[in-house]
Design a protein around this ligand. Structure first.
Ligand code: BGC
Length: 347
C-alpha cells in the first residue's frame, strides 16, 4: 500500500524522469506546434463546486507548478467552469480552440452529448482529453486524438460492498438480528457512469458474498452533500432506527447522510454504518473521526498526473508509447480501500 504523500513524490520523480527522457524543456526541443515552446492546456469542468473535481483540479495545478519549477517550462493552465451547462461548455471549448490552446481537457457536463466538442476539436486538429465523466466508446473512437482518463467505477462499488461485508461479519451491523441488512443507497447523478456502476456493483458484491439484503429505499442526491442531507432527513423520518447500512456513491453524499443523523434525535447506538467513495479530504477526515465507516480512494492525484502527462505529450506532439494507454485511448487509475486502519496513509 503506497502512501498518498509517498505517491505524490513518486509522481514527481516519474514526471522528472519522463521529462528528462523526452528531453522536454531542453533547448534542442522543437517548439510546440502552435505556441513557440509555450504549452497551453485548457480545461472545462462540469461544475467547479463538485468536491472531487475541485480536488482533481488542485492536483492538476500542482502538476503544472511542479513541471514549471523543475523543468523551467512555460506552461499555461486555464480552467473554466461550465456551471452544469453543456451549451456553455461547448462555447468554452470553441473559445479555447480560437485562443490556440494545444490540448483541451473536458469534464463533460452531459456525457451523452460530446458531439459539438468532438467536431470542433477535430475541425481544428486540437486533441481532447475527456476525464471523470465518461463518454461512450463509440464517441471516443470517432477521432484518433480523443482520450479518456478516469477509473473503473465497477471496482469501486465492488470494494465498497466488500468493506460493508467485513463490517457485517464483525457483527455490528444487523442490529435487529433478523439475518438481513436493511440498507439505503444514496446515488449520484442519474445517468452518470459512476453512479450506475457503483450502485449496482456494491450490492451485487454483497449478495455474491452471501449477505442477505433488504433495501428500504434509495435516493438520488447528485453527488451533493446538502442534497444528501435533505434526502436522508426524509428517509430517517420514514425508517428511523430500521436503517442499518447506508451505501453512498461518493463521500460528499455520505457526509450529507452523517449530517442528517447528527441532526436527528436518533441515539448513536441506533444509527447505521455509512460507507462512501472518493477519499476526499473531508471524507478521509470523517474516516479518521470514526463518523464514516470506510471509503474507497478514487485517485484524483493519479488522474491529474495522467491528464498532465498525456496533455504534455500531445502538446509537444511526442509519441505516446511510454504512457499507460489502453487501446490507445484510455488511462484508468486503480481504486484503493480506505478504513480506519490505513486512512493515515492517504492523508
Ligand atoms: C466522483 C464524484 C463526483 C463525480 C463528478 C465521481 O467519480 O466519485 O464525487 O461528484 O465523479 O463527475
Amino acid at each position: 500500500m503506497k502512501k498518498k504523500k509517498g505517491r505524490r513524490s513518486a509522481v514527481m520523480v516519474m514526471l522528472v524522469v519522463m521529462l528528462v527522457l523526452c528531453g522536454c524543456g531542453t533547448r534542442q526541443k522543437l517548439p510546440a506546434r502552435k505556441t513557440d515552446g509555450k504549452i497551453k492546456i485548457g480545461v472545462s469542468v462540469y461544475d467547479q463546486y463538485d468536491a472531487f473535481v475541485a480536488e482533481l483540479m488542485q492536483d492538476l495545478n500542482d502538476q503544472v507548478l511542479g513541471a514549471k519549477a523543475e523543468e523551467k517550462q512555460d506552461i499555461v493552465l486555464e480552467v473554466y467552469n461550465a456551471s452544469q451547462s453543456q451549451t456553455k461548455q461547448n462555447e468554452q471549448v470553441r473559445d479555447m480552440i480560437a485562443a490556440n490552446f494545444d490540448v483541451i481537457c473536458v469534464n463533460l457536463v452531459d456525457r451523452t452529448a460530446p458531439t459539438e466538442v468532438i467536431n470542433a476539436a477535430r475541425d481544428a486538429d486540437v486533441p481532447i482529453i475527456f476525464f471523470n465523466r465518461e463518454l461512450v466508446e463509440d464517441d471516443l473512437q470517432r477521432w484518433d486524438k480523443l482520450f479518456y482518463v478516469g477509473a473503473d467505477a465497477f471496482v469501486s462499488g465492488k470494494m465498497q460492498g466488500e468493506l460493508a461485508v467485513d463490517a457485517i461479519q464483525s457483527g455490528t451491523v444487523d442490529r435487529n438480528g433478523d439475518g438481513a441488512i436493511q440498507y439505503v443507497v444514496l446515488e449520484g447523478e442519474a445517468g452518470h457512469q459512476d453512479a450506475i456502476a457503483r450502485s449496482e456493483s456494491s450490492v451485487n458484491r454483497m449478495l455474491e458474498l452471501g449477505v442477505k439484503l433488504d433495501r428500504l429505499t434509495y435516493a438520488i442526491a447528485n453527488w451533493n452533500r446538502a442534497q444528501a442531507k435533505t434526502q436522508m432527513d426524509k428517509i430517517i423520518r420514514q425508517y428511523g432506527a430500521d436503517i442499518e447500512l447506508v451505501l453512498a456513491n461518493n463521500d460528499e453524499m455520505a457526509l450529507g447522510a452523517i449530517d442528517a443523523f447528527e441532526a436527528s434525535d436518533l441515539p448513536k447506538a441506533q444509527r447505521p454504518l455509512i460507507f462512501g467513495i472518493d477519499g476526499t479530504e473531508a471524507g478521509l477526515s470523517a474516516v479518521c473521526d470514526g463518523k464514516l465507516e470506510a471509503t474507497i480512494y478514487n485517485d484524483a492525484e493519479g488522474q491529474a498526473a495522467a491528464i498532465f502527462h498525456l496533455a504534455h505529450h500531445l502538446a509537444l506532439e511526442e509519441p505516446l508509447r511510454d504512457l499507460p494507454l489502453v487501446g490507445d485511448k484510455y488511462i484508468r487509475l486503480p481504486y484503493e480501500k480506505v478504513t480506519r486502519d490505513n486512512v493515515l496513509e492517504f492523508k
